[in-house]
Design a protein around this ligand. Structure first.
Ligand code: XMP
Length: 513
């Protein structure tokens, strides 16, 4: 296995992701937890030293044990990792005066005899991503530069005889497009064959949950979304009936959704789910509310009350399970105050753990969305369930601009089900990030048969996106749109006009409220 020693970079997890992508097993451990005894026990086949915010010339800056360099295994230092490696092996690092280097840089074609570069350069410059303040001013004995960039004479340095490599840039980030190749080469020369799987991740996660939880009880707020579902399935595998799931049904779910989710968990996963049908409570509280923020706040607050009530009813629990993903972890560190923060405080049961004195179990914290899906498949969740589009915590409330009534929700559910069915039938579901119908607070005149109608207008919304942060509308064929409009108008009483929303995000948002 490969050991990543973390010096606190924002992107250390991406190293792990790059390695998992090539089926190499790795573990991230913070530098202060790695001592000689740890290294003996772990017996890494290779070590990666991550980047980090510290400055090597500073007194007391974090360092790995010197033993890392005596194990006889390949070592890759990245950014701070490069500097600490040079410093410890006899080179010199200085603070860059005034001209820290951040962002895109281009490596001049390097020395392709270096194994690390297999498949790189091919005659052209390589784009890499730099982010550093200090730099190496003198190489350690045995090292030579193998690639340079205009601002970095030591962009890549190596001592191939000892299999020590170090880059000043970050090969793990997206903006170093060929970075994965570099990790692949590093792992190959360390003897990894890429035989690690999601099955192995699952076993490891199960063990970690058992270690954390012991024989205590865990509560999970199941939303029916992929993240909370995979969280629940994984924890259930680890601790069985010590887990209780509460599915809060706020009456704002899609057609048949509550039933499908609860049945799937009870029957397919054999997991005990409390179906808390609190729709009366939510819909009553929402009567007369048409301001979007007030809707969100009303639902958010009630959700916590309801969840707390059910938690007490089963005698409480020490732990609360949460489907936090790695992007949530990065985001909450680096963009606090941004618009996504409001979104997040909603869909996880924010504030609840402190209020109830619960500890968190977050077994997906290291994973990205596509990895969560892979884990879900591994755990046996049905494929159609794992591929489901995201659905917002406040549910249909934010797809029903203006006042929410049961009658409107009913109409919305029917129209939405037809739209989704159309998309599935045409094989477009997986190309689309999210698709839904919004019922508009407008009634318009129409003619059906020989009669006049005066019914609601609705809007279809379908977008493509990678992460929900930006989005574009989906370019349906006109025939598809026409067919869908006809099906909705003919089958849903209460709608006599269908429009298609062609707003991208920004300037729009995906949801209507
Ligand atoms: P917007 O509408 O902000 O949505 O472009 C971006 C993504 O976030 C989802 N969304 C939410 N998810 N609780 C959630 O769990 C919320 O309050 C919430 N609001 C929006 C939305 O469905 C889209 O995927």
């Amino acid at each position: 296995k490969l050991l990543i020693i973390d010096f606190g970079s924002q992107v250390t997890q991406l190293i792990a992701r790059r390695l998992r992508e090539i089926s190499v097993y790795c573990e991230i451990h913070p530098f202060n937890a790695v001592d000689e005894a740890f290294l003996d026990e772990f017996a890494p086949r290779a070590v990666i030293l991550s980047g980090g915010p510290a400055s090597v010339p500073d007194e007391g800056s974090p360092k790995p044990p010197a033993k890392v360099f005596e194990l006889g295994v390949p070592v890759l230092g990245i950014c701070y990792g490069q500097q600490v490696m040079m410093h410890m092996l006899g080179g010199e690092v200085v603070r860059t005066q005034g001209s820290a280097e951040f962002g895109r840089a281009y490596l001049e074609p390097g020395d392709d005899r270096l194994e690390l570069f297999n498949g790189w350069f091919q005659g052209h410059r390589e784009q890499v991503w730099m982010s550093h303040g200090d730099h190496v001013s003198r190489l350690a004995p045995g090292f030579a530069p193998y690639a340079t960039s205009p601002g970095a004479p030591f962009a890549v340095v190596a001592d191939p005889s000892r299999r020590f490599f170090a880059t000043q840039f970050h090969p793990e980030v997206h903006h170093t497009p060929n970075g994965p190749k570099l990790f692949e080469n590093f792992c190959a020369l360390a003897g990894f064959t890429g035989d690690w799987t999601m099955q192995a991740y699952r076993d490891q996660a199960v063990q970690a949950i058992r270690d954390q939880v012991g024989d205590a009880r865990v509560l999970c707020a199941l939303s029916g979304g992929v993240d909370s579902s995979v969280t629940a399935a994984l924890i259930h595998e680890a601790i069985g009936d010590q887990l209780t799931c509460v599915f809060v049904d706020h009456g704002l779910l899609r057609k048949n959704e509550a039933q499908e989710v609860v049945e799937m968990f009870r029957d397919h996963m054999n997991l005990s789910v409390i179906h808390a049908d609190e729709s009366d409570l939510f819909l009553t509280a929402l009567e007369g509310v048409s301001d979007p923020e007030q809707k969100r706040k009303t639902i958010g607050k009630l959700f916590i009350d309801v969840f707390e009530k059910h938690a007490h009813a089963i005698g409480g629990a020490d732990f609360l399970a949460q489907g936090t993903l790695y992007p949530d972890v990065i985001e909450s560190v680096s963009f606090s105050g941004g618009p996504s923060v409001t979104i997040k405080s909603h869909h996880n049961v924010g504030g609840l753990p402190e209020k109830m004195g619960m500890k968190l179990v977050e077994p997906l914290r290291e994973l990205f969305k596509d990895e969560v899906r892979a884990l879900g498949r591994e755990l046996g969740l049905p494929a159609h369930f794992i591929g489901r589009h995201p659905f917002p915590g406040p549910g249909l409330a934010i797809r029903c601009p203006g006042e929410i009534t049961r009658a409107k929700l009913e109409i919305l559910r029917e129209a939405d089900a037809i739209f989704i069915d159309q998309i599935r039938k045409h094989g477009l579901y997986d190309e689309i990030w999210q698709a839904f119908v919004a019922i508009l607070p407008v009634r318009t005149v129409g003619v059906m048969g020989d009669g006049r109608t005066y019914d609601y207008a609705c809007a279809l919304r379908a977008v493509t996106s990678v992460d929900g942060m930006t989005a574009d509308y989906y370019p349906f064929a006109h025939d598809f749109l026409g067919e869908t409009a006809t099906r909705i108008i003919n089958n849903v009483r209460g709608i006599n006009r269908v429009t298609y929303d062609i707003t991208s995000k920004p300037p729009g948002t995906i949801e209507w409220e």
